[in-house]
Design a protein around this ligand. Sequence first.
Ligand code: SAH
Ligand code: SF4
Length: 393
Amino acid sequence: MTQSQAPITQDVHTIPRKLPEGGKVNLIGLTRDQLRAALIEAGTPEKQAKMRVGQIWQWLYYWGVRDFAAMTNLAKDYRAMLDEKFEITLPEIVSKQVSEDGTRKYLLKIAGGHEVEAVYIPEESRGTLCISSQVGCTLTCSFCHTGTQKLVRNLTPGEIVGQVMLARDDLGEWPEKNSPKNETRLVSNVVLMGMGEPLYNFENVRDAMQVVMDGEGISLSRRRITLSTSGVVPEIAKTAEEIGCLLAVSFHATTDEVRDKLVPINKRWNIETLLNALREYPRLSNSERITFEYVMLKGVNDSDEDARRLVKLIRGIPAKINLIPFNEWPGAPYERSDWERIESFADIIYKAGYASPIRTPRGEDIMAACGQLKSATERARKSRAQIQAEAGL
Ligand code: SAH
Ligand code: SF4
């Protein structure tokens, strides 16, 4: 239950949020309450505000409309007022790459010229959009490409929601007027597993997910959203209470000694502290089980003994263990475990009664796989030696 004193990360979740002064306010990413307040401030009579919020919300998030002029159930002068004071702005798609397996990787430009990535992974029964929560990441997990990026900034709620909207644009998923409702969802699931640590940008991620989950808009159920954290313990209960989505945790090791090296936030909140927080999560969020992500690194964390220790550690927590074959990137100080090793590890977990899917690497030809995302504006990597030194190798 100890917390190390070592200040291993800069807490970026304290960056104050404020609306821009002067310029137009972007409507994308405002919660219903914030939208209401903004409309009232712009002169909408309080009595009408709720109705206006409902109308605008539906245009933005149900129909995917980007132009105030198209909001035909609003009076012309009201639309003109909106146009004058507000904007509907999304990140800009700089490039799109489509993998041989259908995975799509979008490179997006956001305010300030920063770039982030989002990845769409089509599968037979669902389509998963992997979105980013930060430019880069303040944490420095030694096996993660994003963690080598120095530049970091939190994404705004609009930039987070915007990733979902852009993917729907690209896939042509917005409903069409006068055509029958299409229940097939192309973006059926969202995972916060792109760039960044979502729990170091808690408020923005929470607000963005409120928008995405809203039943009169994009309407993704909270059970179709999975937030992955490296283990920011104080925010875990808040995630259950204020977002209620599914939780995945980047576990990756079965001893503090190894986890300290792979996921350095472990020095702050160790395995025991993390597990205690996780034990509470299913009850607090009324969800079934937690996904334990476990990256398979050759000779580092992949022994049968590790598998047995893992099973022991998580006893009592409703869980699924997702084994991720390490996605190699240039200069990475690790190798992917052999296939037989991964299977042997999976077998031990499976026999202990846990689902232990091995994640099929997707989009490898376009560097779209987990942990490979990294902004193109910041390709200046740390050297291999630097990475190894930080990993204590
Ligand atoms: N910061 C969050 C979410 C983004 S990372 C987190 O760490 O959970 C999404 C997942 O990809 C995490 O489980 C992460 O540990 C894993 N990952 C990172 N780099 C990887 C790599 N090179 N190969 C495989 N998985 C990786
Ligand atoms: Fe950040 Fe997650 Fe990568 Fe760790 S694994 S450096 S927390 S993005």
